[in-house]
Design a protein around this ligand. Structure first.
Ligand code: GLA
Length: 667
């Protein structure tokens, strides 16, 4: 990428939203339908208030049915038709799924699994990210598409590829991995050192001896696997960048994005986000899970945080059921509405779906859509119409920032390293712990940003570290600076364990922040299934640390077994340390202390169970996920943007309902 081909576009997305309001629509695949359906589509889109559709995501074989062909006529026609109906287009490069001929003519473009199986066409996403032929063909079609449509009045956004998430272990990947490693380490000696290859006779003679982490007789070197994760994310990002630059190179000025997938492990969101003009994300909470509104809130906070707090776009969600889980529960139209409003509450300025019209055939024939098989005379479509009307009423909240006094540390490299096999326990999982801690904030109505370890923590009242397995010196220094500035810090177990190569830090743990926490350990131990009793009557689970206090006050200690009498949970000034996985109740008590005086969206009021309260700009979002009415005190005369009604001194939110209040701040 050069600045010459990439004009500053940071305001391109806000300008689009200022022009259109909250973006509302979905993936649209007109090539699967006859012309008369197109006409019905655009009329129904208008009726529902759809203002943006993503076209062309899986159109490669339609656009280029044989090598070098360009079949534009259908696309010309549909873009004109959409424009004539006032519907803007997020035009996709079709590069997520090459046509089958590419695999036939160039088998090296097909990815290879870790077991050496070359995947076949017949599904989608069958490309090897490092295959030169694929890359050149993808750039060529992206450039030609942009050349033809960059100035088409319907095209207001570009969507590169789709859900980048390919992994390849074949010869193409091996070559590219070696190039990546050469650039990272310079010499094979430096690599051998970084990877600690004296273990198990892995010393490399030359970069040419290195292969991707394929299936091997026994455990792989975790440092090599960690680097392969980094490489895979970088390689996919290069695929994205080349197409983005091709689009820019012909003068396109619209915002360019690709749809991320939250905590998806092949793409390091922190390293990708600066390349996106707007961060967009696909979110499919499972309606069967009781806590999915909480866990998706975490994903939304991550998505917003990746963009530095700027508004983001929900690129895909399901209108009702997905079809890819073994058993698929639907969302009611009310739930679909609540989920959509939740995204807006947490910073989205776009609420879109996969997909506009439910597929008649193909692998996703049972996946719900905005317009179901039954057609417009359906509760589902009426729900979509209602949502469209609601989103139009929320135009005033666009651009607003979400209030977030708390930071939660998270990064991909620590997560990758912590997932490697052969550790004290596989039951301690980064994301599970993140979800538990974030849920405590959700319940309190306290907003939080996700922050990459090492980033500036200024401005946050508290920083939570549920599980940062890797804490590099800059991350430890940032925590120390924050603590010195009066920020409360809470650190969870098994943090600060390893360096950037996944090698274990030497000395009493947690090595990089030992002075900060005022407690130190010498061993991590897996706990029996029944856990271990703590002095407060709760039980420690999964993992413990053989700790001694170095000045910290002990809040809970082990009450039985080998660790009896040793600290489990401590406080050192305004720094709390949990050396084990505590019960939810003990975690809540620790956070009650650490968050004391930090007000949530409802100020000092307790948040009724199941009510989600979020402040975005001037708006207070109240989303009732519970089965009973929630009642909260609000400044009298607050206006609900969804109904236009003014409240009394309290607001009562019915089950499954939402309010978006504009109020005078009382604080
Ligand atoms: C992903 C893809 C879509 C579609 C949906 C189904 O998000 O991007 O093309 O397959 O899943 O849920």
């Amino acid at each position: 990428m050069t600045d010459a081909v990439r004009p500053a576009t940071s305001d391109a997305f806000p300008r689009l939203v200022a022009d259109r309001g909250i973006l509302f629509g979905g993936d649209y695949n007109p090539e699967q339908w006859p012309r008369e359906v197109w006409r019905e589509d655009v009329e129904l889109m208008q009726r529902a208030g759809v203002n943006l559709v993503t076209v062309g995501v899986f159109s490669w074989s339609t656009l280029e049915p044989h090598p070098g062909a360009r079949e534009w006529a259908w696309l010309d026609e549909i873009l004109d038709l959409l424009h004539a109906h006032g519907i803007a287009v997020d035009l996709a490069t079709p590069t997520a799924s090459p046509p089958p001929w590419m695999g036939t003519l160039h088998p090296e473009t097909l990815p290879v699994t870790r077991d050496g199986v070359r995947l076949s066409p017949g599904s989608r996403n069958q490309f090897a990210p490092s295959a030169g032929v694929y890359r050149a063909a993808a750039v060529a079609i992206a450039r030609d598409l942009a050349e033809r449509y960059a100035s088409h009045p319907a095209v207001r956004m570009w969507h590169v590829g789709n859900e980048y998430g390919q992994i390849d272990f074949g010869p193409e990947a091996a070559r590219a991995f070696r190039t990546w490693l050469r650039a990272r380490y310079g010499s094979i000696d430096a690599l051998n050192e970084a990877w600690s290859t004296r273990v198990w006779s892995q010393g490399y003679r030359d970069f040419d001896d290195i292969v991707p982490p394929r299936t091997a007789p026994y455990l792989l070197n975790p440092a090599a696997t960690l680097d392969f994760h980094r490489f895979t994310s970088d390689e996919l990002r290069d695929c994205f960048r080349e197409q983005r630059d091709a689009i820019r190179s012909v003068g396109a000025t619209q915002p360019i994005t690709t749809n991320l997938m939250g905590f998806f492990d092949l793409v390091d969101g922190w390293s990708w986000a600066p390349d996106l003009d707007v961060v967009s994300d696909d979110q499919y909470p499972d309606p069967a899970l009781a806590d999915s509104s909480q866990t998706i809130a975490l994903v939304q906070d991550l998505t917003r945080s990746l963009g530095g707090g700027r508004p983001w776009m929900l690129m895909e969600q399901a209108a009702s059921a997905v079809s890819w889980r073994p058993h698929n529960l639907p969302k009611s139209p009310a739930r679909m509405r609540l989920d959509s409003l939740q995204a807006v509450a947490r910073g989205a300025d776009g609420v879109c779906f996969f997909q506009w019209r439910q597929a008649r055939a193909g692998a996703e024939r049972f996946h719900s859509s905005m317009l179901p098989h039954a057609g417009a005379d359906s509760d589902a479509f009426r729900g979509i119409e209602r949502l469209g009307a609601d989103l139009a009423k929320l135009r005033g909240v666009t651009g607003g920032r979400v209030e977030a006094p708390v930071a939660i540390l998270f990064d991909w490299q620590g997560w990758w390293a912590a997932k490697e096999p052969a550790r004290p326990t596989e039951r301690h999982r980064t994301l599970e712990q993140l979800e538990r801690w974030h849920a405590e904030l959700w319940r309190r109505g306290i907003g939080s940003d996700l922050v990459r370890p090492g980033a500036d923590l200024a401005g946050y009242r508290a920083v939570l570290v549920p599980h940062s397995y890797i804490l590099e010196p800059d991350a430890a220094a940032a925590l120390e600076r924050a603590a010195a500035a009066g920020t409360r810090i809470v650190v969870g177990p098994f943090s600060g364990v390893a360096d950037a190569h996944g090698a274990i830090l030497q000395g009493r743990s947690p090595v990089p922040i030992r002075d900060l926490v005022g407690v130190s350990g010498e061993e991590w131990v897996g706990l029996p299934d029944s856990g271990v009793a703590l002095s407060d009557g709760s039980r420690a689970q999964i993992l413990a640390e053989r700790l001694r206090t170095d000045g910290a006050e002990v809040l809970a200690s082990y009450a039985e077994g080998d660790l009896a009498g040793r600290p489990a949970v401590t406080r050192h000034g305004d720094v709390w340390y949990l050396g084990t996985v505590t019960s939810d109740a003990l975690l809540a008590r620790v956070l009650d202390q650490a968050l004391e005086g930090i007000e949530g969206a409802l100020g000092t009021q307790a948040v009724p169970a199941g009510l989600e309260a979020v402040r975005r700009g001037d708006a207070l979002f109240l989303l009732n996920h519970a089965d009973s009415t929630a009642q909260v005190a609000v400044p009298e005369g607050s206006e609900d943007l969804l109904t236009g009604h003014k409240t009394g001194p309290t607001a009562a939110i019915a089950p499954g309902e939402a309010m978006v209040l504009i109020e005078r701040r009382t604080k």
